[in-house]
Design a protein around this ligand. Sequence first.
Ligand SMILES: [Zn+2]
Length: 289
Amino acid sequence: MTDTLQRFLMDRSDVRGELVQLDAAWQSLLKSTRYPEPVKRLLGEAVAATALMAETIKFDGNLTLQAQGDGPVKLLVVQVTSERTFRATAKCDETVEAGSLSEMIGKGQMVITVEQGESRSDYQGVVPLEGERLQEALAAYFERSEQLSTGMWLAANTDRAAGLMLQKLPESQVSSDDDLWSRVKQLADTVKADELLTLGGTEVLHRLFHEEEVRVFEGVEYQFRCNCSRNRIANTIYSLGEDDAQALVAERGSIEVDCQFCHQQYRFDAVDVTQLFASDSASSSDQVH
Ligand SMILES: [Zn+2]
């Protein structure tokens, strides 16, 4: 099974874990992009990490990881929805050398935003851009902001984006197995990028934790899907106001918008734009009568 996230529990739920491996979905995200290799790797790791985070929380809408800085990678955005779809994009220099997280993003900030649905307000957390890799920055963030001991191991190439996460649950009872957390974290530290990127999920978990008591839940599927639409773009044009929208059409012949996530092109010509505002006045006059 590909494009799967598997949750598991260890030793009567003292430690929870997740393993995500995105293959076809990750490949189709990359298909329309031309990022340098190191950016593909960083983006893949960010996609895997965001899926891992999404599965640990209850939310309704989007979970977004966004990094912005003055380094060779100017912008990195990954969005995972509560329907288990994801999309991602990056803005970067034409050539980017592989480097540490702070070398690639530069001075800037990384923010996690969670839309929690109508009943609860949105949540935002700032992740300091520190550590050699994204996995270290995120693990440190969980330790600090959620007081959850966390380990994260990420890997990506052009075939697969993969990640493993372990968290020590705060509500865990005084366990007879005191060193479970340090033991399983040490085991996970031995995982090689190559194993995450080539082996099946069950095999990875078996290799690492075969001496532990692991309860693996049925995997859930993640899909690459962009939720852009002609309608959404129309709303954006509409928000410009009729005068500005028509001025743009007059200047360029049409308004063309590329989705930054999936690179779908949307084109609105003079007739489209006129209709957009005409249908609005028609519907608002309907409301009057
Ligand atoms: Zn799109």
